[in-house]
Design a protein around this ligand. Structure first.
Ligand SMILES: [Zn+2]
Ligand SMILES: [Zn+2]
Length: 178
């Protein structure tokens, strides 16, 4: 087996969703291909994706696997890596994939890079490993507190304590700077 096994329709619809065609989205398509193969779509299964990048690639995950920020099954860890971890809450299966450093090789033009990504074997693009972290807690299970400065309800895990008061992050940052 060689090259991307997604259908033309899947590829074209993902491009339309993202708004342009770029190496980042191509990489996302290949990551989504792994996710679909190994875990299926979040429309049918309780799939969670933790993405370590917020670049173009994530749009393919959102569109094809239906892991989205709105549903709470897409979680961004701002670590700046082309790496994705998939979890199934149903089966407990988990897998992290990260682009192999050897894969990038020499500098390529944008077009050649896209061609390389779409034509490569998944094993040549990604290292597959067991995640070191367990599946994140569902967001709606976390309590909310009211910020004592602006009065807005805030997820407890995002509140800060400052001079004996419970604050949301923007209020905390504003008051801390005074
Ligand atoms: Zn892009
Ligand atoms: Zn506030």
């Amino acid at each position: 087996m060689s090259g991307c096994t997604l259908t033309n329709e899947q590829i074209e619809k993902t491009k339309a969703f993202h708004g342009h065609w770029c190496p980042g989205l191509a990489l996302g398509l290949r990551a989504a291909e792994v996710g679909l193969k190994e875990f299926g779509s979040a429309n049918d299964e309780d799939i969670v994706c933790v993405t370590e990048t917020d670049m173009c690639a994530v749009d393919a995950i959102q569109f094809l696997i239906s892991c989205t920020f709105g549903k709470g099954n897409l979680i961004h860890r701002d670590w700046g890596k082309a790496a994705f971890t998939f979890y199934s809450r149903d089966t407990g299966k988990a897998m992290r994939i990260a682009v192999k450093k050897e894969f990038w090789g020499r500098e390529l033009t944008r077009e050649a890079r896209i061609e390389q990504i779409m034509g490569a074997d998944l094993d040549d693009i990604f290292a597959f490993m067991n995640p070191t972290r367990s599946v994140p807690v569902k967001a709606h299970l976390l309590a909310s507190l009211v910020c004592e400065e602006c009065g807005e309800k805030t997820m407890e895990s995002r509140t800060r304590r400052f001079e004996g008061r419970t604050l949301c992050i923007p209020c905390f940052e504003k008051l801390e700077q005074r």
